[in-house]
Design a protein around this ligand. Structure first.
Ligand SMILES: [Zn+2]
Length: 248
C-alpha cells in the first residue's frame, strides 16, 4: 500500500524537503561526513505519522523500509544524527491516507462489525489500530452514510486483511471474552466475515449475505429456521409481503 513517491508526484513541501536533504548531503560529502545528517526532519516525519495520524511504528517500517529499531531510536529523540538514506526513505514514503483525508464510513464499519462478530473485542482492535475504543465504537455504531478519518480508517482495512483468517483465540483473547464479544455482536446484528466477499464489502449498494437469499421472503424464512440473526433487508421483504396481503 505504500511506495516511494517519485519527486514529480510530491507536494511542493515534500519535494523541497527531499531537495534540502540532497543539498545537505552534497555539503556533507564535500566535508567528508557523507551518510550522516541532522535527524530533525526524519524525527518530525515519524512524530507526524505516529502521533498525528495514528500510524503504527510497524506500519512506518513496512512502508518506508526503515527498521523498527531506527524508527524507535529517532522517535525517542536519542539520535544526534541519522543516515541520509533513512531520512529520504521516511520523507518519501507515502501512506494511503495522504492525499485523501477520509474513507466512506461503511467500508470501515462493515469490517469492524465483522471483526467483532468473529470475537475480536473493541479493546483489542483499538490497541492494534493505535486508536481509542471511543473512536472505534462511535464509527461502529453510528448508522447511515458518513465518513471515517482515513488516518485510522485505512488501518482498519489493513487490519481486516491481516485478521481475515485469524482466530481471536490465537491472538491471546480468552475463551470467555471471545464468547462475550460474539454474543454482543449477535445481539447487535453485526454481519460476520462470512457475509461478505471481496466484491461486496466495498460496494455501497451490496447487502450482507447471511442466508444466500437475503432481501427476499425466502431469506427471512431461512433466518428464522436456522436461528440466524435477522437482517434488515429480510425484515423489510417480509414486511412488504405482509402489507401486500393486507391490501388484498
Ligand atoms: Zn437476510
Amino acid at each position: 500500500m505504500g511506495y516511494r513517491k517519485p519527486i514529480s508526484e510530491m507536494t511542493r513541501e515534500e519535494a523541497e524537503a527531499v531537495r534540502r536533504l540532497a543539498r545537505r548531503q552534497s555539503y556533507l560529502q564535500a566535508a567528508g561526513k557523507a551518510g550522516l545528517i541532522d535527524p530533525t526532519e526524519a524525527i518530525a516525519r515519524i512524530r507526524y505519522l505516529h502521533d498525528g495520524r495514528g500510524v503504527t511504528f510497524r506500519e512506518i517500517e513496512r512502508v518506508s523500509g526503515v527498521t523498527l529499531r531506527s524508527i524507535h531510536r529517532l522517535y525517542r529523540g536519542g539520535a544526534m544524527s541519522c543516515r541520509y538514506a533513512t531520512a529520504v526513505a521516511l520523507l518519501g514514503a507515502r501512506f494511503e491516507f495522504e492525499g485523501q483525508s477520509w474513507l466512506p464510513r461503511y467500508r470501515v464499519t462493515r469490517r469492524l462489525h465483522a471483526l467483532v462478530a468473529a470475537g475480536f473485542s473493541w479493546k483489542y482492535l483499538a490497541e492494534r489500530l493505535g486508536t481509542t475504543i471511543d473512536i472505534l465504537h462511535r464509527s461502529g455504531t453510528t448508522p447511515g452514510p458518513g465518513k471515517a478519518a482515513a488516518s485510522w480508517g485505512a488501518g482498519v482495512l489493513r487490519l481486516y486483511d491481516e485478521l481475515e483468517r485469524v482466530d481471536p483465540l490465537d491472538v491471546g483473547m480468552s475463551v470467555n471474552s471471545v464468547s462475550r464479544v460474539r454474543s454482543i455482536a449477535r445481539r447487535n446484528g453485526f454481519p460476520p466475515r462470512s457475509c461478505w466477499d471481496p466484491d461486496t464489502i466495498d460496494d455501497s449498494e451490496a447487502i450482507p449475505e447471511w442466508t444466500g437469499e437475503c432481501g427476499t421472503t425466502e431469506g427471512n424464512h431461512i433466518h428464522r429456521r436456522d436461528n440466524i440473526p435477522m437482517c434488515e433487508p429480510c425484515r423489510r421483504a417480509q414486511a412488504a409481503l405482509r402489507a401486500e396481503r393486507r391490501a388484498k
